[in-house]
Design a protein around this ligand. Structure first.
Ligand code: GDP
Ligand code: MN
Length: 344
């Protein structure tokens, strides 16, 4: 028996992906990945899962961002993993530098202090740039101008489930602006003065606070203190226009001027979460239960059998109802809010 195996020849993905195939997903959306060249191989595993579980059907574009130029190797290996369009962006130097209103001597002292206290990334300046960039600048990158929705992805995270729907279209069609898969409590040592600063902001700009907000999720005493609950921002699918809004730009600027991104170690997760809780309506924050996800060391794995059949995670290792998680609280609040709304 003689036969010839026909192997379709794909155009060389190595030197460009201008041969990328048509985008099928219809939302104005992209993946956003802030990443170092050295994270390439960890990211390849993540990208493989994201493509296999979701994006091969939709072909949403990728935007990679970096404070230094991407290497040819990085581009070659990421291009080889998708048919979607990829863009590689450089972060403007000014957005990854210590601003002139920061006292650099005091900063040095604080870095040492937090490092000695054993706080995670306590002594790292680059980590602070990362948190500040994710808090205040990623959505202003010119490569994102053409998009309304984004999905933040980090190297090494896992996607466990087939995603048989378009999350971007879902949030667009349901007026949702912010979504999460994992929530937890922040280390208080990283944000000693954050809540005080938030309260000052609320007092100064009451017009920006949404009446139908989610304060109950982040405070157990009507706003007096912060309960440390936040959405874990290494996963986010959201509306870029939330961050581009006047309210959020004012909020970020107010926090930034207080210096806490540098003198303390304010994370983008509590900053985003507090903003979402203050500026959005209750129905505009959504828990994506269907999206099985892990960023070490915490996993969200849907427990319902119907969902689990599309996944490969261990539902017994689900973090949702751990005492450090806030997801149980979120779910309870959502059902309470629905009830209240129903009863008027
Ligand atoms: P963790 O998740 O809080 O432990 O922090 P990561 O080390 O995962 O950093 C968060 C994200 O920012 C990841 O996507 C990293 O690749 C990225 N990142 C962290 N530091 C830098 C940096 O100095 N430069 C760049 N370009 N990306 C960074
Ligand atoms: Mn990470």
């Amino acid at each position: 028996l003689k036969f010839k195996l026909e192997i379709p020849i794909k155009e060389d993905p190595v030197h460009n992906n201008f041969n990328h195939t048509r985008q099928i997903g219809k939302a104005k959306a992209c993946f956003v990945i802030l990443i170092r060249n050295g994270d390439l191989h960890e990211f390849r595993a993540t990208m493989r899962q994201l493509e296999d579980r979701f994006n091969h059907k939709y072909n949403y574009p990728y935007v990679f961002l970096n404070d230094v130029p991407f290497t040819e190797e990085f581009k070659k290996f990421t291009r080889a993993l998708t048919n979607a369009k990829i863009e590689y962006g450089l972060i403007p130097k000014k957005q990854w530098s210590v601003p002139d209103y920061i006292d650099t001597e005091l900063l040095e002292e604080r870095l040492e202090e937090l490092e000695d206290d054993g706080v995670m990334y306590g002594g790292s300046l680059s980590y602070r740039h990362m948190c500040r960039y994710e808090s205040g600048f990623f959505f202003r990158h010119k490569l994102l101008d053409k998009y309304d929705y984004y999905w933040r992805v980090e190297p090494g995270v896992q996607f466990y489930c087939n995603i048989d729907f378009d999350p971007f279209a879902y949030i667009r069609d349901h007026d949702i602006k912010y979504t999460f898969t994992v929530s937890l409590r922040e280390y208080p040592e990283t944000i000693p003065t954050l809540w005080k600063t938030v309260k000052e902001f609320i007092k100064k700009y009451p017009q920006y606070i949404e009446k139908d907000n989610l304060m109950e999720f982040i405070s157990d005493d009507n706003g007096k203190t912060y309960n440390l609950c936040h959405f874990w921002s290494n996963f986010e699918i959201g509306d870029l226009n939330l961050w581009r809004s006047e309210a959020y730009l004012k909020f970020f600027d107010y926090l930034d001027r207080k210096g806490g991104f540098f003198y303390e170690r304010w994370g983008d997760a509590p900053v985003h979460s507090i903003a979402a809780a203050l500026f959005l309506k209750k129905h505009q924050v959504h828990f994506f239960n269907e999206i099985g996800y892990k960023h070490e060391p915490f996993m969200h794995c849907p427990r319902e059998e119907k969902l689990q059949l599309k996944c490969h995670c261990d539902p017994n290792k689900n973090f949702d109802f751990d005492s450090y998680s806030c997801t149980g609280k979120f779910i309870d609040l959502v059902s309470k809010w629905k009830h209240e709304k129903f009863r008027g």
